[in-house]
Design a protein around this ligand. Structure first.
Ligand SMILES: Cc1ncc(COP(=O)(O)O)c(C=O)c1O
Length: 390
């Protein structure tokens, strides 16, 4: 068979090697404590599951659904934005439901780009931020987002020095993998800049509800005057309501871009299974207590992780938001690459983490820990770690 050139642009995940060692260790009966993949482990709240079960009993719900999302769902998302961010959205023209935000990001990349277009994406990044454009054959340039970087200076520098005009910039705060948050002032600056330069902003707000202090509560870029002229924002049910497997997310904002995403999706899918959409309406209309409870689980895990790992000899910076801790490789192992250190943790401490390099070259020197293990297992990991650090 002829070689598939496109695969050259899709190298196997760096995580594949860590996963291989992890699977190998598990097959030998080892109990690996897994901070690797960001796969929320808490069950979806019961009232949402109950609604799904009720909806699936209705044979009408078994038909093809609506690609852009049933109107009740888009309305519920618009109401969430108004309640949470004081942002008014027209649910007919400014909201589209997606099959998880990942699908929305990928198809937005498809509809935005023709080969030769240039896009500016964060590095390190959640992979689809870059690979959506790579798959569609466009050019990429990267900006760094580590804590010490001044974001607007970095972004403007990259735009100005690009050989070809930048068509869109992806931003993602709170960030996966670095957990960095951004200020409202940053949103103001980037909206002004994007309007001036005629650049589209794609804002990924998947962690809108996973924050640990009122002062760090994420804002929406759409709160900024003029943002709707240039920006689309993506949100996700996966973390907010612990619904990762349901595949439900949204894109909202600029009418033209939402219509473009809606159009391309109409060629590709028939929307999520209707009972999932109906149950997602229930989720969005939930009492805030449910979101608070999920947030609290991550906060408690974060506190235990930071404290117990510090006692074991590894000081991890406490994340202000997201379900991740992003840590420099501890001093004792500074000479190792992130992949080598991840392998060492697996082989000597039965702990799985994600090597920073897997999120882009500027992620080297760091590892990401997902807070998807319960308190008891975090403490067990700390005990294993203590032996290694000695
Ligand atoms: C920053 C970010 N964006 C988007 C997603 C995708 O979420 P989903 O497709 O489940 O909505 C994730 C998942 O981990 C993420 O971390």
């Amino acid at each position: 068979m002829k070689k598939l050139e496109k695969l050259d642009r899709l190298p196997p995940y760096v995580f594949a090697e860590v996963n291989r060692i992890k699977d190998d260790a598990r097959s030998k009966g080892k109990d690996i404590i897994d901070f690797g993949m960001g796969n929320p482990d808490s069950p979806t709240p019961k009232h949402i599951v109950d609604k799904l079960i009720e909806a699936v009993q209705d044979p009408k719900s078994h038909r093809y659904s609506s690609s852009k999302g049933i109107s009740g769902l888009r309305k519920a998302q618009a109401e969430y934005y108004e309640r949470r961010f004081n942002v008014k959205l027209n649910y007919e023209t400014e909201v589209v439901a997606t099959l998880g935000s990942k699908e929305g990001l990928a198809n937005m990349a498809q509809v935005l780009s023709i080969p030769s277009d240039t896009f500016l994406v964060p590095n390190p990044a959640y992979p689809i931020h870059a690979f959506g454009f790579i798959i569609s054959g466009a050019n990429l340039i990267h900006y760094r987002i580590n804590e010490e970087i001044d974001l607007m200076t970095e972004i403007a520098e990259k735009v100005e020095s690009s050989k070809t005009p930048v068509k869109a910039i992806v931003i993602n705060f709170p960030s996966n993998p670095t957990a960095r948050i951004c200020s409202r002032d940053f949103y103001k600056e980037i909206v002004l800049y994007a309007i001036k330069k005629d650049i589209i902003i794609l804002s990924d707000l998947a962690y809108s509800e996973i924050y640990f202090n009122e002062d760090d509560k994420p804002t929406s870029i759409l709160e900024i005057d003029g943002a709707k002229d240039v920006a689309v924002e993506f949100t996700s049910m996966s973390k907010t309501f612990s619904m990762p497997g349901w595949r439900m997310g949204f894109a909202v904002g600029n009418e033209y871009l939402i219509s473009a995403l809606t159009r391309i999706k109409s060629y590709l899918d028939y929307g999520a299974f209707t009972p999932i959409q109906v149950a997602s309406v229930t989720a969005l209309n939930s009492d805030e207590k449910f979101i608070d409870d999920i947030r609290m689980v991550y906060k408690e895990r974060r506190d235990i992780l930071i404290e117990s790992f510090s006692n074991a000899g590894w000081d991890i910076p406490a994340p202000k938001a997201t379900m991740f801790a992003w840590s420099p490789i501890p001093e004792k192992y500074k000479e190792m690459t992130s992949l080598e250190f991840s392998k060492l943790l697996l082989e000597k401490a039965d702990i799985a983490v994600s090597p920073g390099l897997g999120f882009g070259e500027y992620g080297e020197g760091f590892v990401r820990l997902s807070m998807v293990e319960n308190e008891q297992r975090v403490r067990q990991a700390a005990r294993n770690l203590r032996k290694l650090m000695k």
